[in-house]
Write a protein that binds this ligand. Structure first.
Ligand code: AMP
Ligand code: ZN
Length: 116
């Protein structure tokens, strides 16, 4: 994907503060962090969003999910963290390359889901 900002980060055309990389996955700090720990976990394969995942992505997605708590712990989240996947317009997605936000720090994060 030529114009995708995260594909450009994967190709190292744009710098990032990388915290993990393997042949299929990249994790880097969010440029505009919402908390002391805020990194993004992305597949190197361009997938637009969670709404576009396919059965053949199962292994890759499982690998990303298994990696999330390991990296969160490495980044200092030893008492929990939040995982967010904004999807599509309603979900407020801004970058259309699938990414997991991993957010944490020392303080309890604000409540996001308010029940009527
Ligand atoms: P979303 O609304 O889930 O699509 O969020 C996109 C996220 O990508 C935002 O939190 C941005 O701060 C982050 N972001 C955008 N450009 C960059 C970049 N070049 N490096 C790191 N994070 C970025
Ligand atoms: Zn991309």
């Amino acid at each position: 994907m030529d114009n995708c900002i995260f594909c450009k980060i994967i190709r190292k055309e744009i710098p990032s503060n990388k915290i993990y990389e393997d042949d299929e996955i990249l994790a880097f700090n969010d440029i505009n962090p919402a908390a002391p720990v805020h990194f993004l976990l992305i597949p190197k394969l361009h997938i637009d969003s969670l709404a576009e995942i396919q059965d053949n992505h199962q292994k890759l997605l499982g690998k990303m999910l298994l990696l999330a708590p390991k990296l969160a712990k490495e980044q200092g989240c030893d008492d929990g963290f939040r995982t967010i996947i904004n999807t599509g317009r309603i979900g407020g997605q801004e970058v259309f390359h699938l990414h997991f936000h991993i957010i944490g720090g020392r303080e309890r994060l604000p409540v996001m889901i308010h029940h009527g």
